[in-house]
Design a protein around this ligand. Structure first.
Ligand code: ADP
Ligand code: MG
Length: 238
């Protein structure tokens, strides 16, 4: 059974359709990367899976259950954006604990989960600091930590590293790969960066103008692109 499944998923803004019937099955534990030109619908797809954007047609299922009418907090997913959006007036610990407090998680359980996430992300020394005292890379780890503490089955990442400089991006990319191995969670990851796509993905989904052009392993896309768009897109990113 697939963990996340899209069936004929469509999205229109007013009279303009921007996602034209996307079908995709993602297996539990799989790392799937969405690539494609700016404006092709990558973020819109993630937001629809997250339940942050209503879908205009089709069906989205998570864990075998259709979630079209399930509100975002009940979908068992967590989303990490490129802008870290930490609460500036709260410590790192409180930033990470915030969602758990809202969900009325007992204090000891909250403490345990925040410390475990901080250990995995190697940000334990910063738990008492305020966000402004952190580097960009540390802040992004706190943002990922906020997602981890909720123990989601599915992680959605929308260009999470695009605000980081090249060396930090490379370092954080390795950490995301480790995180995937450690948590054994399903991850859907949007990026412009071909190295990220090639190194992180079990499968890459190439999108163009609201449609899937090809889905395949990094090797398949290189060796057997189905059309010139895929070939050109993969090659142009080298
Ligand atoms: P990507 O993330 O691949 O760059 P998006 O999913 O953000 O693309 O956008 C897909 C298309 O939908 C674009 O043409 C964009 O202009 C349009 N779009 C996205 N959000 C909105 C919105 N809130 N209202 C109207 N059009 C939107
Ligand atoms: Mg986007």
């Amino acid at each position: 059974m697939s963990d996340v499944s899209l069936r004929g998923v469509r999205k229109s803004y007013g009279s303009l359709e921007v996602v034209h019937g996307v079908d995709l099955d993602i297996q539990a534990g799989e790392f799937v990367v969405f690539v494609g030109p700016s404006g092709c619908g990558k973020s819109t797809l993630l937001r629809m899976i997250a339940g942050l954007e209503p879908i205009s047609g089709g069906e989205i299922a998570i864990g075998g259950k259709v979630v079209n009418d399930v509100p975002s907090p009940q979908r068992g997913i967590a989303m990490v954006f490129q802008s870290y959006a930490l609460y500036p007036h709260m410590s790192v610990f409180d930033n990470m604990a915030f969602g758990l407090k809202l969900a009325k998680t007992p204090k000891e359980e909250t403490e345990r989960r925040v410390r475990e996430a901080a250990r995995i992300l190697q940000i334990e020394p910063y738990l008492d600091r305020m966000p402004k005292a952190l580097s960009g890379g540390q802040r992004q780890r706190v943002a990922i930590g906020r997602a981890i503490v909720r123990d989601p089955k599915v992680f959605l990442f929308d260009e999470p590293l695009s605000n980081l400089d090249a060396s930090l991006r490379a370092q954080t990319r390795v950490e995301i790969a480790k995180l995937h191995a450690t948590l054994d969670a399903t991850m859907i990851y949007v990026t412009h960066d071909q190295v990220e796509a090639m190194t992180l993905a079990d499968r890459i989904v190439v999108l163009n103008a609201g449609k899937i052009e090809q889905v395949g392993s990094p090797l398949e896309l290189y060796t057997r692109p189905v059309n010139t768009f895929v070939a050109g897109f993969i090659a142009s990113q080298r």
